[in-house]
Structures are given as C-alpha cells and as structure tokens.
Design a protein around this ligand. Structure first.
Ligand code: PRP
Length: 206
C-alpha cells in the first residue's frame, strides 16, 4: 500500500502543536526525533521532520504529500515564486497564531509606516515587505536576514524590523514596539495539487 508522507517542522514554533494534532489523529510518534522520520506502524503514514521552508518545495516536487507550515511562509513564497510552486491549501489549523509586524525602537519617535521613508528595515520576509512598501508608496531599503531580526536596530544595521510577533516578548526584550500589522498568520495544512485524485486508488482512507 502506498504511504502518505507528511512534512512537519523539525523544530520551532510549529513542531509541538503539529505533533499534538497528529497524535490526536491516532498516530503514534514514538521514534527518536534525531532520525528525522516517524514511521507509523498501524497506518500507512510517514512523518518527515524538515526545515519549514523546504516543505512547500518538497510538496511541489511530489516528494511529500501533505505539510504543516505557517501562513507567513506560504505568503512569502507565493509573493516570491508566484506561479512556480504547486501546492494547495487545505485548511487553517488554528494554532501557532502570530502576526507579521513592522516594529521600531521605542525611542525612535517613529509612529506610523510612512515615517519609514528612506529608512532601512530588517526582515526574513523580504518579498512580503517589498510588496507592502510598494503598495504604500514607501521608499525604504530592505536588509535581508534569515533570523535574529530583532537585533538589527541595536547593531545599527536597520532602523526598523518586519518580523513575526507572537507573545511580544522578543520585541519588549529588544526595546522595540509594533507600529503596524501586515499579516495575521497561523499553521496551515497544505497538500500536493490533486493529491487524492492521484492516489485514491492506492490508498485506504479511514
Ligand atoms: C519568531 C520571530 C521572533 C519570535 C517572536 O521567531 O522571529 O524572534 O518568534 O515571538 P514572541 O513575540 O513570542 O517573542 P521564531 O520562533 O518563529 O523562529 P525564527 O527565529 O526561526 O524566526
């Protein structure tokens, strides 16, 4: 019988609750996390522990059938890759809720997004930021970082940041305050396009 491969984040904000959801579906995820693979013995399902940015690409390449990723990641990829990545959103999962926000140092005096003109903004979501700036006719430079974005203003490499905010603790710890929310994010279940039409003859679905 063909097995279903589900990609989930191997570490980070989505991992724990993805496992809770899969366990609530009856999967026993008992293998060591180091093996980066949980094989279910009583269902034809394999769970692959991946970097979240790789999940949509592996679904596009039909190496993975389903995946759990953040809406922020999907929105960034769609903005960047446009038509070239093929996958479908099945449903939002109501966990890992967070916001993509613009934030500035508390002592910057900046109160709204239009005051970001001619400023530098650090982010790990450059495509979404570029679209937002264009839409709002704001001329600002984008500093692309892959993580630890909140440290950029203190290092003097950016005047503002565009990053995920959940509890707000990281902003507070770095003396930053949000000035705008650009995207509300949460975990999403995604799949290969037409997955069940392709596989329905080979799968037993409870
Ligand atoms: C995000 C974001 C912040 C943090 C904010 O990082 O980049 O660092 O969460 O959360 P808080 O508002 O609850 O403090 P994430 O944990 O997604 O990992 P990352 O460092 O890989 O971006």
């Amino acid at each position: 019988m063909e097995r279903i491969k589900i990609g989930i984040q191997k570490q980070g904000r989505l991992y724990e609750e993805s496992c809770v959801l899969l366990r609530s579906c009856g999967l026993k995820l008992s293998q060591s996390k180091d093996q980066l693979l949980y094989r279910s013995h009583d269902m034809p399902v394999d769970i692959l522990l991946l970097r979240d940015n790789d999940i949509p690409y592996l679904i596009h390449q039909e190496e993975c059938d389903l995946g759990i990723v953040g809406r922020n990641l999907i929105s960034e990829l769609m903005e960047k890759e446009n038509q070239f990545l093929s996958f479908q959103e099945i449903m939002p999962l109501s966990f890992s809720e967070c916001k993509l926000c613009l934030a500035v140092p508390k002592d910057s005096g900046i109160k709204n997004v239009h005051e970001l003109s001619n400023k530098k903004i650090a982010t790990s979501h450059p495509a979404l930021l570029k679209t937002f700036l264009k839409k709002n006719k704001i001329q600002a430079s984008i500093v692309h970082l892959s993580g630890a974005v909140e440290i950029a203003p203190r290092l003097g490499i950016a005047d503002a940041i565009f990053d995920l905010v959940s509890s707000g603790a990281t902003l507070t710890a770095n003396q930053l305050q949000p000035i705008a929310t650009v995207l509300e994010s949460e975990a999403l279940l995604i799949q290969q396009k037409n997955l069940f039409q392709k596989k329905k003859k080979k799968l037993w679905i409870a």
